[in-house]
Design a protein around this ligand. Structure first.
Ligand SMILES: [Zn+2]
Length: 314
């Protein structure tokens, strides 16, 4: 069996360990660690990474991993689970997506031992964690004031991604090309396939999204024969194309459809109005498909993203 050594600590078959990897001190000189939880079965098998909070204000994924640790669900029957509930500790304590200097950690991979704090954290993850894993799920939410209906994103032309995404089993599975310097892309370059889970909104707990995340991990571990959870399976839809509807004019945005609902081409989905009851325009769906993300901010400027629509699979 292969050795799993993280930060100089060996995790032997049958062991579970919390490993704190020192990152850097705050200006107050408080030391910040990256806590990594490792659960290794006695029997060999795949190694699955669960990572959350690369964006420090995206809390639902942190909750998914936290609850699974709390409920002792992560010790597999075979293989190994590596869980990092909170990658961007600095963003979390500032309720911020980014690092204190404004860098987006998910645009700083693979990073390096020197340079910005984001580059250093990325480097730790790439050096200490990625070599050990086979697959991963990286948990995210919509950005500021945007709710994403629970969905898995991956490059779907990779058969292994389709297989893993189907096993995870969210209702929607979205084709999503690689973003330069993202964790997912750099992991792929190292030969590791990582699904991105998106669910809910930043700085908001969303019980439905959290439960979908937990159920998805259970289904994925079942599929990888790492565990035998009792979890219902539901059929997923593979969505190849999606686009944001943007505001043609500034004003007050009223959504007429809920996140996750189906829409038909030509159906009114939202209105934009001035604040004085004088003018209003209706927005119609340009596609037959699904609403997979919605802006919760009612006051919008021209060009703002309003609704993320995915085409029905052909
Ligand atoms: Zn994110």
């Amino acid at each position: 069996m292969k050795n799993i050594i993280i930060n100089g600590i060996e995790i032997k078959p049958g062991q579970q360990q919390k490993i704190d990897i020192s990152i850097a001190r705050l200006p107050s000189h408080t030391l910040i660690d990256l806590p990594v939880f490792v659960y290794r079965a006695k029997k060999p098998g795949p190694t699955l990474l669960l990572s959350a909070g690369i964006h420090g204000d995206e809390i639902n994924g942190i909750e998914v991993v936290r609850r699974m640790i709390l409920n002792k669900q992560l010790m597999p029957d075979i293989g190994c689970v590596i869980a990092i509930p909170l990658v961007n500790v600095y963003g979390f304590i500032h309720c911020s997506r980014s690092l204190p200097d404004g860098k987006d950690l998910n645009r700083c991979f693979p990073g390096g031992p020197r340079g910005s704090l984001a580059r250093r954290i990325a480097h730790i993850v790439m050096k200490e964690i990625i070599p050990h894993i086979d697959y991963g799920v990286d948990f995210h939410t919509g950005g500021s004031r945007i709710t994403n209906f629970p969905q898995v994103r991956a490059v779907l032309k990779e058969p292994i991604n389709r297989e893993l995404a189907r096993a995870f089993g969210t209702k929607f599975i979205l084709n999503s090309n690689f973003i330069d310097k993202s964790f997912r892309k750099e992991a792929f370059k190292a030969g590791k396939n990582i699904l991105v889970f998106e669910g809910g909104e930043s700085l908001r707990l969303d019980e439905y999204a959290i439960q979908e995340g937990i159920d998805g991990v259970c289904r994925l571990m079942n599929h990888l024969k790492m565990k035998n959870f009792l979890t219902a399976h539901h059929e997923s839809m593979f969505l190849e194309n999606s686009a944001w509807v943007r505001a043609r004019i500034s004003g007050i945005f009223n959504s007429l459809v809920s996140c996750g609902s189906s829409v038909t081409k030509g159906q009114p989905i939202a209105s934009l109005a001035d604040p004085y009851g004088k003018s209003r325009i209706n927005i119609k769906s340009s596609v037959t498909g699904y609403v997979i993300g919605v802006n919760n901010m009612p006051v919008v400027n021209a060009g703002d993203a309003l609704m993320h629509l995915a085409n029905l699979p052909q």
